[in-house]
Write a protein that binds this ligand. Structure first.
Ligand code: SF4
Length: 175
């Protein structure tokens, strides 16, 4: 679906600014790097609760996020997207943060499901973190209990659009 550089939403910058002559294009380094990055968004194979079942389904053939260049990796060192799928207990919080710290920069976080967004069903619980933004910088919140695979797929596409707007060097510097 995202096979050509300009197959993007109307408000996104175009990767190819001009065709200089057949076989040669003009672009900006930011646009080109962003295109490479968004087309290889690798998410960590990781879940903390029942939202993880929807995450697994999102990687299956029906939703098929592979077509956007999104594949899961089993190690944080090869991942640049952390999808926090489900409730995070205080006991798990340090481990989640450690996984995030081991990921390649620049990296992104999606809080998937109401529990990850704000505690959800466990809002009065003594043991559940009331939103993963208390322990990680969250780029995108996906509500629902649980969000369906189509919703997660849409969130991942929105993440690509966010990446497309970025200045890559600023992101590397943490600006
Ligand atoms: S949002 Fe719903 S499905 Fe997801 S972890 Fe919480 S209770 Fe489970």
């Amino acid at each position: 679906m995202n096979a050509t550089p300009n197959a993007v939403s109307a408000n996104s910058p175009k990767v190819v600014e001009a065709t200089v002559y057949p076989g040669a294009i003009a672009t900006r380094i930011d646009h080109a790097i962003n295109w490479f990055r968004e087309s290889s968004l690798w998410y960590l194979l990781f879940a903390t609760a029942c939202c993880g079942i929807e995450l697994m389904q999102t990687g299956g053939p029906r939703t098929d996020v592979d077509r956007f260049g999104m594949v899961f990796r089993s190690t944080p060192r090869q991942s640049d997207l952390l999808i926090v799928a489900g409730a995070v207990t205080y006991k798990m919080a340090d481990r989640v943060r450690l996984l995030w710290a081991q990921m390649a920069d620049p990296k992104y976080v999606i809080a998937m499901g109401s529990c990850a967004n704000c505690g959800g069903l466990f809002q009065r619980s003594y043991s559940v973190v009331q939103g993963v933004d208390q322990i990680l910088p969250v780029d995108l919140y996906l509500p629902g209990c649980p969000p369906r695979p189509e919703a997660l797929c849409d969130a991942m596409i929105q993440m690509q659009q966010k990446m497309r707007q970025e200045h890559w060097l600023d992101k590397m510097k943490g600006l």
